[in-house]
Design a protein around this ligand. Structure first.
Ligand code: NAI
Ligand SMILES: NCC(=O)COP(=O)(O)O
Length: 346
């Protein structure tokens, strides 16, 4: 068993996050012996949210034990969920499933910041984040569109990189939460070079691939067809690839529509895409509910589910929790891989 617990953040209290934590923790307990890492969980959030969710949904309320620091988790019994409460609270009398409420943003952000600080100081092995609602953060006055950008801020990393991985496919959007209109202007040689380098390093360090090959998607249809409709491939993507020649095995830029057949993608450890949907549509078609959202390039391990807050089904009991269990296992596996890598590359 990993000595360090995995921190789970609170996520959006009005979405399906608390429900999938309750269901996943119960399953994790039932299958404790066979589950990969067996790391203990530390839920960082307002305990009232879990109790309220269980009560509203008629679920057996979990046994919770409040702790003041991560080191206490080792003493918490296996069948009990350790909880690190926040300073900011959620008003359970105003909490309603499926309602985006900017008043929750402070606690949502504090949970992520606290868990990240625990990981930065080596008190937890990684951070797993149930979904947040980006509109809630925005309404609460926060400028980060999502976890990825907030985690970059908390860890002092200027280019945090999003990856979604599942059933043998790993995709990376080079641009994330921004308008499609703004995508071409925000691609630069420097930015892509940084992302390509982060992905190459992470495939070795976190995923244990020795000499990963990485496919790069073009931005334009048919990779611009020799400049007939778009020249970002020639002006930006190719020079970024050239800058890493001999360091990272990059191939492309390929027309994106041709890359996602099983045969085309088979040789690659990851496919780097130029914008959010170019990456996320194929992975969600491939294995929605089983993929993990991972932030690369951070000094800590962070994984998440591949889905959002699902307000449309929050409170109905229909939320599937499999992606959360997979995300926890992925975090534990990455932490182990990273430790091995660091021992071999002091
Ligand atoms: N990791 C994160 O924090 C993520 C947050 N989001 C945020 O979530 C909010 C809602 O996003 P949507 O685009 O509506 O995507 P969504 O993933 O929340 O929902 C899309 C569809 O999938 C269903 N679904 C999602 N998760 C499910 C589960 N575990 N079990 C059963 N059905 C499930 C929903 O009911 C809905 O029909 C947005 O604010 C978005 O930004 C979206 C993706 C990831
Ligand atoms: N579409 C993925 C997503 O929105 C998750 O973003 P993040 O909160 O992990 O940055």
């Amino acid at each position: 068993m990993d000595a360090l617990p995995i921190a789970l953040t609170m996520g959006d209290p009005a979405g399906i996050g608390p429900e999938i934590v309750l269901k996943a923790f119960a399953q994790q307990q039932r299958e404790r012996q066979k589950r990969l890492a067996g790391a203990k969980w530390l839920w960082v959030g307002d305990p009232e949210v879990l109790l309220w969710t269980a009560q509203q949904m008629g679920l057996v309320p979990p046994k919770l034990q409040r702790v003041r620091q991560a080191a206490e988790v080792a003493q918490v019994a296996d069948e009990v969920l350790a909880v690190l409460p926040l300073e900011a609270c959620i008003d359970r009398h105003k909490l309603a499933f499926g309602v985006a409420d900017g008043a929750h943003a402070k606690a949502v952000v504090e949970s992520i910041e606290t868990a990240t600080a625990l990981a930065m100081s080596g008190q937890v092995g990684g951070v797993v984040t149930p979904p947040i609602h980006k509109g809630v953060l925005h309404a609460g006055g926060y400028r980060w569109p999502g976890h990825t950008e907030l985690l970059g801020h908390c860890t002092g990393v200027t280019t945090p990189v999003m990856m979604l991985a599942g059933r043998g496919l790993r995709v990376v959007p080079a641009t994330i939460h921004q308008s499609i209109r703004s995508v071409p202007d925000s691609l630069s040689v420097a930015k892509l070079t940084q992302i390509f380098s982060v992905v190459g390093h992470s495939l070795q360090q976190d995923f244990g691939l020795r000499e990963p090959r990485i496919a790069i998607c073009a931005l334009n249809p048919h990779a611009g067809e020799g400049g007939a409709f778009g020249d970002e491939e020639r002006r930006i993507i190719q020079p970024a690839m050239a800058a890493l020649m001999g360091e990272v095995r990059l191939e492309g830029p390929f027309p994106a529509d041709a890359l996602f057949s099983e045969a085309a993608r088979a040789p690659y450890g990851a496919i780097i895409c130029m914008y959010h949907d170019q990456a996320l549509i194929p992975i969600k078609m491939h294995c929605f509910g089983e993929a993990t959202n991972i932030t690369l390039g951070l000094p800590i391990i962070r994984t998440s589910v591949d889905h959002g807050t699902a307000y449309d089904i929050a409170g109905s009991g229909r939320a599937k929790h499999g992606a959360l269990l997979i995300a926890v296992e992925q975090a534990a596996r990455m932490a182990a891989n990273r430790r091995t890598w660091q021992q071999e590359h002091p």
